[in-house]
Design a protein around this ligand. Structure first.
Ligand code: ADP
Length: 416
C-alpha cells in the first residue's frame, strides 16, 4: 500500500472513532476506547492516558491498554520529572526511541505492569489552550521507531478525544449536581413531613385552649387573645399547606367528588378574602355567568385552588389594586380566570412558578411572605381533577392564572 493510501485509511478510521467517542458519555469506557484506538492507529504494543489532577497538580494514569488488572489506574506521575510531564508543559509531541536512556523515564510504571518500555510517543491532550493530559503510545510494533505520521495520527486522535473527555466530564458533573439536588429535595420533603407532623399536635392544643379561653370571656374583647388565635390559625394554614404537598407527592391525596356549583364557590372564596383585600386597598371583582355552572369536583380541594390563586393575586396586586375573578363555561370544560394588575411574572418564569419552593423574588430581598408552595399545590390539585393550570402575563401589567377543568371527572381518574 502506498504511504498516502495508508494515511487516508488512518484518517478515515479516526473519523469513525471520533463518532464513536462522541457518543460515549461515561468517562471510564471512553478512556478505554481512546487507549485501544491509540494503540491500534499507531501500531503500538500499548497505549495510555494520563490526565492532569487539578487538585494535586500531578498527572495520573486514567486508562492503559495492556494493563488488564488495572495496576496503573490512578498512579501519579510527577509533572516536573517525567516524559509525560515534559510533553504537558511544552505542549509539544515527543518521540523517544529508547526510553531507558532518558533520565526522565519513570521506571515505576514498567515495574507495575511487568513490561519494559522501549520506544514511546506522547502527545498533549488539550481543550482550546488548556492542557488536560497526555496520550502515550508505547513500543512500536513494526518498523523501528515512531515517525512524523504517528505524531499526526495520535494528535488527530487526541484532539477528538479531548473534546469527548470534556463532554464526559461535564455530563458527569451534571449528573452529580442532579444527584445532590435530588438529595436536597428528598431532605426538604422529609423535613416537611416531620415538621408538619410534629407541629400539628401542639398547635391543636394551642387552638383548643385559646378557643376555650375565648368562650370563657363570653364575648368581651381581648386583643392579646385574638392575636394568639390569629397567629395559631396562620400556623395551621402553613402546616396544612405542607401536609397537602406531602400527600400530593406521595400519591395519598384522593378526590371526594360531588356536584359543585362553581359560581357559589367563587362567590364564597371572594367573600372570604374581602377583609384582607380591603386592608391592602385591593378591590375584588367577579364576572360570573347568570346560570349555575355545575361541575363534578372535590369541593374542598377546589376551594384550596381558588384560595391560593386569589390570595396570591391580592398579595401581588398593586397598591389600590384590582383582582378580577371570572368564570367562562364551555360545553364540557370550564375556565376559572384570576387576574390582577400587580407586579406580573417575567415571561421566562411563567412555568417555573409552579415548581415547589420556587419564588420569583430572591428570598434575600423578600418583600412578600410565603413558602413558594401554593402554586405547586394548585397544579397538583388541578392535575388530580384532570385539568390544566397555567400563568400568563397581562400586557397592561399583572398576571393571569387560568384553571381549565372538565365538567365531568374522567373515569380513569376515579379508578385510581
Ligand atoms: P408563595 O406565594 O407562597 O411564594 P406560590 O407557589 O403561591 O408561593 O407562588 C410562587 C411564586 O410565584 C411567588 O413567590 C411569586 O414570585 C409568583 N407569583 C404567584 N402568583 C403571582 C401573582 N399573582 N403575581 C405575581 N407573581 C406571582
Amino acid at each position: 500500500m502506498t504511504d498516502s493510501r495508508v494515511r487516508l485509511e488512518r484518517l478515515e478510521r479516526i473519523l469513525d472513532v471520533s463518532r464513536d467517542l462522541n457518543s460515549t458519555v461515561a468517562l471510564a469506557p471512553l478512556l478505554h476506547k481512546i487507549v485501544e484506538m491509540a494503540g491500534e492507529l499507531t501500531d503500538s504494543e500499548a497505549a495510555s492516558i494520563l490526565l492532569l489532577d487539578k487538585r494535586t497538580g500531578e498527572l495520573r494514569f486514567r486508562a492503559a491498554s495492556g494493563d488488564p488488572n488495572g495496576q496503573l489506574k490512578d498512579v501519579p506521575v510527577p509533572v516536573e520529572d517525567s516524559i509525560a510531564g515534559a510533553v504537558l508543559l511544552s505542549d509539544e509531541p515527543m518521540i523517544i526511541s529508547d526510553v531507558r536512556t532518558d533520565p526522565r523515564h519513570y521506571a515505576g510504571v514498567a515495574r507495575r505492569v511487568g513490561r519494559e518500555t522501549h520506544s514511546l510517543l506522547a502527545v498533549p491532550l488539550r481543550i482550546k489552550e488548556r492542557q488536560i493530559g497526555v496520550v502515550e503510545a508505547i513500543n512500536k510494533l513494526r518498523g523501528d521507531a515512531f515517525d512524523q505520521e504517528d505524531i499526526e495520527t495520535l494528535n488527530a486522535l487526541a484532539a477528538q478525544a479531548a473534546v469527548a473527555i470534556e463532554n464526559a466530564r461535564l455530563v458527569e458533573a451534571l449528573r452529580k449536581a442532579n444527584e445532590r439536588l435530588g438529595e436536597l429535595d428528598r431532605l426538604k420533603s422529609e423535613f416537611i413531613a416531620i415538621a408538619s407532623h410534629e407541629l400539628r399536635t401542639p398547635l391543636s392544643l394551642i387552638l383548643l385552649y385559646a378557643g376555650l379561653l375565648r368562650e370563657r370571656m363570653e364575648g368581651s374583647d381581648d386583643p392579646q387573645l385574638d392575636a394568639v388565635l390569629r397567629a395559631a390559625a396562620q400556623l395551621r394554614h402553613i402546616i396544612e399547606t405542607m401536609l397537602n404537598l406531602r400527600h400530593l407527592e406521595t400519591g395519598e391525596m384522593e378526590l371526594t367528588p360531588e356536584q359543585v356549583d362553581l359560581c357559589t364557590e367563587i362567590n364564597e372564596a371572594c367573600h372570604d378574602h374581602k377583609p384582607v383585600a380591603e386592608s391592602e386597598n385591593v378591590t375584588i371583582r367577579q364576572s360570573l355567568p347568570e346560570e349555575r355552572v355545575i361541575i363534578e369536583a372535590d369541593r374542598e380541594k377546589l376551594r384550596l385552588v381558588l384560595d391560593n390563586l386569589i390570595s396570591n393575586a391580592i398579595k401581588f396586586a398593586d397598591a389600590r389594586g384590582e383582582v378580577h375573578v371570572s368564570l367562562v363555561p364551555d360545553s364540557d370544560v370550564v375556565e376559572v380566570r384570576v387576574r390582577d394588575n400587580g407586579i406580573g411574572i417575567p415571561e421566562e418564569e411563567l412555568e417555573r412558578v409552579f415548581d415547589r419552593f420556587y419564588q420569583v423574588e430572591d428570598h434575600m430581598k423578600r418583600r412578600y411572605g410565603g413558602m413558594g408552595l401554593g402554586l405547586s399545590i394548585v397544579r397538583g390539585l388541578v392535575d388530580l381533577h384532570g385539568g390544566h393550570v397555567w400563568a400568563e402575563s397581562v400586557p397592561e401589567g399583572g398576571s393571569l392564572f387560568v384553571v381549565k377543568l372538565p365538567t365531568t371527572l374522567p373515569a380513569s381518574l376515579l379508578a385510581r
